[in-house]
Ligand binder design. Structure first.
Ligand SMILES: C[S@@+](CC[C@H](N)C(=O)[O-])C[C@H]1O[C@@H](n2cnc3c(N)ncnc32)[C@H](O)[C@@H]1O
Length: 279
């Protein structure tokens, strides 16, 4: 059987994801300007959403807790969940009120069925191996009419860097990003209702290719694809990537595209429910 593209395992190994974000945890906030901006937009989408008193909120891939702390201001019981213990350590060190933090994989949630009013996730989904499994888990833990609000990156993300590397060798140097259609398919298969799914290209200017690479390393966004190169990259190859980066007009400045996907979906009311997937 040909595997569904939504379930093709592009993330080679979760331990690589955990280790890479773990190493980045202490310096993450200094680098994560793009991530915070997107987090603010996602939080903004929630401002008009009514939540019950003492709502149960789960922040998936909570990182150093920037969004978790703001969700806490909604007078809710917020739990931050992340696969990297060092991220949770940094989040705990910066917390003002008592927030629960759990170290776990979002594809295998240690959370009771029908227990969460809002699942929130800023830029974690692209690190998952199996979208079907992730959305199935979210559908399982949400209460009927509960909401899942998320951001992730689509396939045009870092397309310039991908193109530059393609001229150098045949390895995969940039992570795989699922398309909007794959995300929608996984969401609907999990029995969730698509409330909105938007896609938009964000272009960020960097002082050079090395600055972009440093930022990716600084936030822990390491290449975790199955066919990544297994040896250290030499200076000569890096020079060719810099020279081949599209759109450089003489100067050093470059632009990197991030294809932002913002989604909102909900679990149907109990009387209209037909969950197709239960992990
Ligand atoms: C780009 S950071 C975003 C952190 C935070 N949401 C923010 O807005 O700054 C992605 C986070 O997702 C976590 N992560 C990656 N894969 C995960 C998984 N399968 N389950 C839980 N967390 C995961 C990483 O450890 C990292 O902290």
């Amino acid at each position: 059987m040909v595997p569904d593209s939504a379930s093709v395992e592009q993330v080679a190994d979760k331990s690589l994801v955990r280790a890479s974000f773990g190493r980045a945890a202490r310096g993450y906030d200094e680098w994560a300007v793009v991530q915070r901006g997107i987090g603010d937009r996602l939080l903004g989408c929630l401002s008009a959403v009514p939540l019950p008193d003492r709502a149960e909120i789960l922040d998936l891939g909570s990182g150093t807790g920037y969004c978790t702390r703001q969700l806490q201001q909604r007078q809710a019981n917020v739990t931050g969940l992340d696969i990297a213990p060092q991220m949770l350590g940094t989040a705990r060190a910066g917390q003002l009120v008592d927030t629960a933090y759990v170290c776990a994989d979002a594809e295998y949630l240690p959370v009771a069925d029908d227990s969460i009013d809002l699942v929130f996730s800023n830029l974690m989904i692209q690190w998952c191996r199996d979208l079907q499994r992730l959305f199935g888990e979210v559908a399982r833990v949400l209460k009927p009419e509960g909401l899942f609000v998320f951001s992730t990156f689509g396939p045009k993300t870092l397309s310039e860097l991908r193109a530059a590397w393609r001229q150098v060798d045949m390895h995969s140097h940039v992570n795989h990003f699922a398309a909007e259609s794959e995300i929608e398919k996984a969401m609907l298969r999990a029995g969730l209702i698509n409330e909105s799914l938007e896609c938009e290209a964000i272009r960020v200017v960097y002082g050079g290719v090395l600055e972009l690479m440093r930022e990716l390393k600084g936030i822990g966004a390491q290449n975790v694809t199955c066919d990544r190169p297994r040896t250290l990259t030499g200076k000569e190859k890096i020079r060719r990537v810099i020279d081949g980066y599209p759109g450089r007009q003489g100067g050093k400045e470059i632009t990197a595209t991030f294809e932002l996907i913002l989604g909102k979906c909900s679990r149907p009311p109990a009387d209209r429910e037909r969950i197709a997937w239960r992990g």
